[in-house]
Ligand binder design. Structure first.
Ligand code: PEP
Ligand code: MG
Length: 313
């Protein structure tokens, strides 16, 4: 009954019947990249750029930003790196972007919304990302956090293209974005679901509240059905749908997410082996059946049990 240690994952990840799933790493700072490479992650599915600048009192200069981004890009030659623009605010305040007088910071000016006040910070960042990508010949994609409307997505795409970045996506972490997923997918190249926030806003339960952790459970059928809406839109519009919230790191949940139509999973590097191993044992049809069973359940415990019963065969 000892702990089973799996050897580092040798990608690329596939289901037992060969359906490809990209397993990327979440990184927050250049120092995270070594472990991601060692653990066999296929590029970066979420580079949380705000973590590079948490201690700054003022906007980092373009050269400073280029240096930080180059360090991460250099670790993944020939692999995709999805860079998220600054997700300042709420649980990740940045002194130079975040107002400190908001009554409800999670519902306030955070993520892409900061560009309403000062679009120059976003435009400078996009320029720095494009320069760093050029310098490293890196395959870089950008995405914006906390998008709530199609208009915001259009604005972001325009800014990113103006900076010279060819592949542009948005995060889906608000229910409003999920409800207009088809229309969003017509303006972006890919979407990535942030289940930490999508859960928080779907369940109206603070992601940092221990007391409400049961509501924030990623196995909540309401959240799974929200993900299903997005997965189905992705299949209809042939748009890649990633997940980069903590839920992607659960080897029991990952097959369900793939069954809901998700095409890539990004997670902390230590989870890649377990998730890759779990997927490799299951045909896609079983993942789909497990997803249907979990969505039909009445609560997280029964969703887990229903999915596990299907996945056990
Ligand atoms: C998320 O919300 O799921 C996400 C990946 O972003 P963050 O946790 O950085 O808000
Ligand atoms: Mg988020």
């Amino acid at each position: 009954t000892g702990v089973v240690t799996l050897p580092p994952w040798q990608g690329p990840a596939r289901t037992a019947d060969g359906h490809r799933v990209i397993l990327g790493a979440n990184v927050g700072a250049p120092r995270d990249t070594r472990r991601a490479v060692e653990r066999g992650a296929e590029g970066v599915g979420l580079f949380r750029t705000e973590f590079c600048f948490l201690d700054r009192q003022s906007e980092p200069g373009i050269d400073d930003q280029v240096a930080a981004y180059r360090e991460v890009f250099a670790a993944f030659p020939g692999q995709k790196v999805i860079v998220r623009t600054l997700d300042a605010g709420s649980d990740k305040p940045l002194p130079f972007l975040t107002a400190d007088d908001e009554p409800n910071p999670a519902l306030g000016v955070r993520g892409f919304r900061t560009a309403r006040r000062d679009g120059a910070v976003l435009d400078n960042q996009l320029l720095a990302i494009a320069r760093a990508a050029d310098a490293e010949s890196a395959e870089v994609q950008v995405m914006a956090p906390m998008i709530a409307t199609v208009q915001e997505a259009e604005d972001f795409v325009q800014r990113a293209r103006a900076a010279g970045i060819p592949s542009v996506g948005v995060m889906i972490e608000t229910p409003s974005a999920a409800m207009v997923a088809d229309e969003l997918m017509r303006v972006v190249d890919f979407v990535s679901i942030g289940t930490n926030d999508l859960s928080q806003y779907t369940m109206a339960a603070d992601r940092q509240s221990g007391e409400l952790a049961a509501l924030a459970d990623p196995w909540q059928p309401a959240l799974l059905r929200m993900i299903r809406l997005i997965g189905e839109a992705g299949e209809r519009t042939a748009t890649p749908v990633g997940i980069c919230g903590e839920s992607a790191a659960d080897p029991a949940l990952a097959p369900v997410l793939v069954g809901l139509g998700v095409t890539s999973l990004s997670m902390s590097a230590r989870a890649v082996t377990a998730v890759g191993t779990a997927l490799s044992a299951l045909p896609l049809s079983r993942c789909r059946d497990a997803a249907a069973a979990a969505c039909a359940a009445l609560d997280p415990a029964r969703a887990r049990a229903a999915a596990a019963a299907v996945l056990a065969g």
